[in-house]
Design a protein around this ligand. Structure first.
Ligand code: NAP
Length: 312
């Protein structure tokens, strides 16, 4: 009985922690199951400027420490290193299996975010940890006064290119088109940085080196010509995708694997909600994850009331 909850939130990023805060304030018996340490994707970001309420930029870690301190103030239970392997439904009870525990709950909020997409080119896997990275915040300091390439043209690529420009001697932004998805303010800053050089209409095709990365081979997407660029590090920001295989067919997904929800963030299975980057939505930001967390928690609250489920 001790592992029976009214609500279980899977994932301890901004959406999950917000949902947890809202649920615990409604006195709903809740636990967050987090596969690593709580904080989510923002932990990989050096500088957050567009989350309202913080006029001075702050790091993702600083911001998430505040989320977590607030959750702790209300006594929210967060269980770390609990990667969910399987979710099963029996009547109106869900059982959630992790490596070493089974939890029971009447409702679930899936807030597991996304994982980086790999390029899938020769040399990428081989050089992970030896020049290839998916986290500039974690690995950037190894490239002080070195030459690095950032792959991608979205917000992540630009934010991390700007942060790497404070350390590296040169930063190439390699993008397969000649227009970017990134916010205009980030594009302006990158153009003015003096350290960032754009390699446009170029797609990465191979990573070469000896013990460590030495070269990135890129191909011009217009004239199919390959050139090799000498680099010490390659930071891949080619987007991200969710992994919700642990849910089986409890949810519907779009072609990219994002969970489809209705306006209340309910999925096709009664009692299962999704919040944050994991769901199909037009904009993935901390601010929209927070909004999702609140809406999903409200959905859970109404669902439990409707089903007259009270553990205490
Ligand atoms: P993204 O917006 O999906 O951008 C991925 C980039 O990688 C695109 O420019 C894409 O090119 C390129 N790309 C994809 N596959 C590639 C491949 N195989 N080879 C080369 N390039 C490839 O991903 P993201 O930048 O990680 O952002 C994800 C979400 O988080 C977005 O909604 C973003 O706005 C949000 N985000 C927000 C902030 C913020 O607000 N501060 C910070 C980070 C992320 P194409 O453009 O040609 O498709």
């Amino acid at each position: 009985m001790e592992k029976k909850y009214e609500a279980i939130v899977i994932g301890g990023g901004p959406a999950g922690v917000t949902a947890g805060i809202y649920l615990i304030r409604e006195r709903i018996k809740t636990v967050i199951l987090e596969k690593m340490l709580p904080g989510g994707t923002p932990l990989n970001t050096q500088r957050i400027e567009n989350y309202p309420g913080f006029p001075e930029p702050l790091s993702g870690k600083e911001l998430m420490d505040r989320f977590l301190a607030q959750a702790k103030n209300y006594g929210l239970e967060i269980r770390e290193f609990q990667e969910v392997k399987k979710v099963k439904k029996d009547g109106n009870v869900f059982s959630i299996e992790t490596e070493d525990e089974t939890y029971e709950t009447y409702s679930i909020i899936v807030a597991t975010g996304t994982n980086p997409i790999k390029l899938g080119i020769p040399g990428e896997e081989e050089y992970i940890g030896r020049g290839v990275s998916y986290c500039a915040t974690c690995d950037g300091p190894f490239f002080r006064d070195r030459v690095v390439a950032v792959i991608g043209g979205g917000d992540s690529a630009f934010e991390e290119a700007l942060s790497l420009a404070n350390l590296a001697s040169r930063v190439y932004v390699v993008h397969r088109r000649d227009t970017f998805r990134a916010q205009k303010i980030l594009q302006e800053r990158a153009s003015e940085s003096g350290k960032i050089e754009f390699l446009l209409n170029k797609k990465p095709v191979e990573i070469k080196g000896d013990e460590y990365v030495k070269e990135l081979v890129i191909e011009d997407t217009k004239i199919a010509q390959k050139v090799s660029v000498k680099v010490d590090g390659i930071f891949v920001y080619a987007g991200s995708r969710p992994d919700t295989s642990f849910l089986g067919d409890l949810v519907d997904r779009d072609d990219s694997g994002f969970i489809i929800t209705d306006d209340n963030l309910s999925t096709k299975t009664e009692g299962v909600f999704a919040a944050g980057d994991v769901r199909k939505k037009p904009l993935r930001q901390i601010s929209t994850a927070v909004g999702d967390g609140a809406i999903a928690a409200f959905g859970v609250q109404r669902y439990l009331l409707e089903k007259k489920i009270y553990l205490r």
